[in-house]
Design a protein around this ligand. Sequence first.
Ligand SMILES: *Cc1c(COP(=O)(O)O)cnc(C)c1O
Length: 411
Amino acid sequence: MRVPLPQSGEPWADLKARMRAYAGGDVRWRDGKTAVYVFNAGPEVEQVQKEAYGLFMSENGLGPLAFPSLARMEAEVVGFGLSLLNAPEEASGVITSGGTDSITMAVKAARDYARKEKGVTGPLNIVLPRSAHPAFDKAAAVMEIAVRRTPLKDFLADPAAMADATDAATMMIVGSAPCFPFGLIDPIEALSDLAVERDLWLHVDACVGGYLAPFVRMNGVDLPAFDFALPGVRSMSADLHKYGYCAKGASTVFFRSAALQAFMIFDQNDWPGGRMITPTLAGTRPGGAISAAWAVMNFLGVEGYCAKQGAVTATRERIQAGVRELGFTVQGNPQLGLIAFSHPEVGAFPIWAKLRSRGWFTSMTSEPPGLHLMLSPFHAEVAETYLADLAWALEAVRGETAPAGAVARYS
Ligand SMILES: *Cc1c(COP(=O)(O)O)cnc(C)c1O
């Protein structure tokens, strides 16, 4: 659809008002009734994100020589991630634009490693548990790599099934910490053993858990090993713009060694513009995403994160107990900020729709059909309201005959 550009410019004050009006139909996530897409760590963190983003909004992370400030902030943020994820001294990483970018670059590195280092010719494959994020399928589609998704066992990756699916053309196996659908940490230790035994590249997708799990562990929760402490883990993805509470457009991808990371970097000299070296999928890299990440991480520190993440897990525990009291079954044993649950008698979609009518905007799972919450620190303030509205929704749906074959459409 063509839209003519206004002939003359409009005053900023008018535009701002119009943008606010456009946003009138958006979910009101600051009220705490949204549990997908947005991570709400409160107004203070939001202010730090915004101001820090604005300070370096025009600067470009593509030019570390021009902007040593951004190079320094990126190195420090990457260093924070490496130390939180128990990486060895020779490990390295970069900031990318998001989880999909991080995963794509890890796949690219593993692909080039398989070709150049292991000499694999012909078609390659990636072995994924069924619960792994579609970003792997996207990266594989772009690079024409086959995807083998293996069945889950108790909602977790099944290392035996994954072992059976591997062969000489397997360039990567994946575990999630946690997976998005159920919020469960896969048995990464067993996958690490498999990776070591068969010399496979194990990527741990900690996009949603990488900046949550370390602090949950510091808070005393007994989490299974999931990071570089396990010798088979060669790369990890961890999103700053999720439970790192940084501005959107920021994730990290890490490698066990700089030598492995070298397979990710794209270096092109054969054109008239001079040598161009890019570590990630992006060319231009928004300085604001880097500076906002640096500022939020330093603003919160270990103590700030432990407090925020403690609020997340306490809220999840409260909701977990509350939905069980209402007769829902929780999928597996979630330990972080995501939870999925279904009711044995009442369909997930009709309940979701009722909750939507009371202003809740949450997600759903399809296998099994269930409700899905991605909790933020701010949800501590609305957990009781959610449970009360869920009880109301359940009764309301029970009192009606749900239309057959209703299909979820929420995104
Ligand atoms: C969010 C997520 C991704 C993708 O990250 P984006 O930033 O949305 O591209 C990948 N894996 C998991 C487990 C995620 O939760």
